[in-house]
Ligand binder design. Structure first.
Ligand SMILES: *Cc1c(COP(=O)(O)O)cnc(C)c1O
Length: 394
């Protein structure tokens, strides 16, 4: 049997006609730059995430970069973030001239640990370092512990930029007056950064991104900055960039957004099936650690943090050998991520960044393995993945 890590074809097939029609409309409209298709999709994503504004940008990376630039973050500044995420989180901080200030992640969710974050922040402030923002990542599609991170941010009056690139539609529960108030990823900080890279839960037919915000003034600055900081046209009070979302991507993404909830549901059902199968195979805990949820009273369940499973990541001993075993037997898998950010070569000469150690993140980098989780997988495929893993550990 063959189980690819991701197959986009079964998602495309039923939408093919509608997607092609939406592209044809953009072509025929000749409104190619920030036209009605972009505005419509911005409004849809803002409504979907529960934010006042959506600002379409060229990628998730540019969403992060424009968000940081729009807070006037630059040389001499620090941004508190996680060392275990996709490179863009750190790459954009460095591109503004600022430096990342890392705190270790929580075991289990691998999201920024609020307790570690507080310690690191306090020490940095004592050293007189200018910390300008907190940038948590909702890794694999599960929200970071935003209640505690937002409380920390409020205490130090720091803006929070959410890297929600993997987490569109993920939800986090706040307790308000004894009842639960669910908030969507990207609506909790001053900015939510989304990516529509094809492998995300909502993926375009190329690159694309979005910044959500409920701060009117900040949203204005984001709009100027995605278009070279111009306001009005040809008058530049700021230096932005060309970070504009392409109209064709916006049109396609509008079509796909209508199906996003059903895709989340299918991914979540696949995750539940995996949990059951791994349990039946007697692999849970030893040797396979399943993805865990931060706020759950029930270990392994995730109803207290609506996880959209952009990735289903297990942790195993002999990870590299298991990976080869799976690939040999037709099961796609990938390591997200094999190195922590402070271990990347491009920062090796920045001793302040590289001369640190984050044991939880480093352990994750040595043991993590992402399994196929895309919506259209069938039960036989899921069973085959688990059987193949069981075979390896037998
Ligand atoms: C995908 C991703 C990005 C970057 O998005 P692009 O659209 O590929 O530029 C940033 N951060 C995280 C956590 C991501 O997963």
């Amino acid at each position: 049997m063959n189980v690819p890590l991701l197959d986009l074809k079964p998602q495309l097939e039923p939408l093919r006609r509608e997607i092609i029609d939406s592209v044809t409309q953009v072509i025929d409209s000749t409104g190619y730059i920030l036209g009605p298709a972009v505005q419509k999709f911005e409004e849809e994503v803002a409504a979907y995430t529960g934010s006042r504004h959506g600002v379409g940008v060229s990628s998730g990376t540019d969403a992060l970069l424009a968000s940081l630039m729009s807070l006037d973050i630059g040389a001499g500044d620090y941004v508190l973030t996680t060392p275990y995420t996709f490179f863009a989180t750190m790459g954009t901080i460095l591109r503004t001239g600022a430096l990342p200030l890392f705190a270790d992640v929580e075991p289990g969710t691998l999201n920024l640990d609020p307790i570690q974050a507080e310690e690191v922040l306090e020490q940095a402030l004592k050293r007189g370092q200018r910390v300008k923002a907190i940038l948590p990542v909702h890794l694999y599609g599960q929200c970071a512990d935003m209640e505690r991170l937002l409380a920390l941010a409020r205490r130090y009056e720091l803006p929070v930029i959410e890297d929600a690139a993997q987490a569109i539609g993920a939800e986090y529960p706040f307790e308000v007056d004894g009842r639960v108030d669910w908030r969507k990823a990207g609506s909790m900080g001053i900015a939510g950064c989304f990516s529509f890279f094809p492998s995300k839960n909502l993926g375009g037919i190329g690159d694309g991104g979005m910044i959500t915000s409920s701060d009117d003034d900040y949203a204005d600055i984001l709009r100027y900055n995605r278009n070279h900081g111009a306001e009005p046209k040809y008058y530049h009070a700021r230096i932005g960039g060309n970070f504009r979302l392409d109209a064709i991507q916006a049109a396609v993404l509008s079509v796909k957004l209508r199906h996003l909830e059903s895709w989340h549901a299918a991914r979540r059902a696949n995750a539940a099936t995996y949990r059951l199968l791994f349990k039946e195979a007697g692999l849970v805990g030893q040797p396979v650690e399943l993805p865990s949820a931060a706020f759950s009273q029930v270990a392994g369940a995730d109803e207290h943090n609506y996880h959209i499973y952009n990735q289903f990541v297990i942790h195993v001993p002999r990870r590299d050998q298991l990976r080869e075993h799976l690939i040999t037997h037709g099961v796609g898998c990938e390591i997200y991520y094999p190195l922590c950010l402070h271990q990347q070569e491009c920062v090796s000469s920045l001793e302040e960044v590289s001369r640190q150690s984050f044991p939880v993140a480093e352990q994750a980098a040595a043991s993590s393995l992402a399994l196929p989780i895309y919506p259209e997988l069938n039960p036989e495929q899921l069973a085959y993945v688990v059987e193949t893993i069981a075979g390896f550990f037998r």
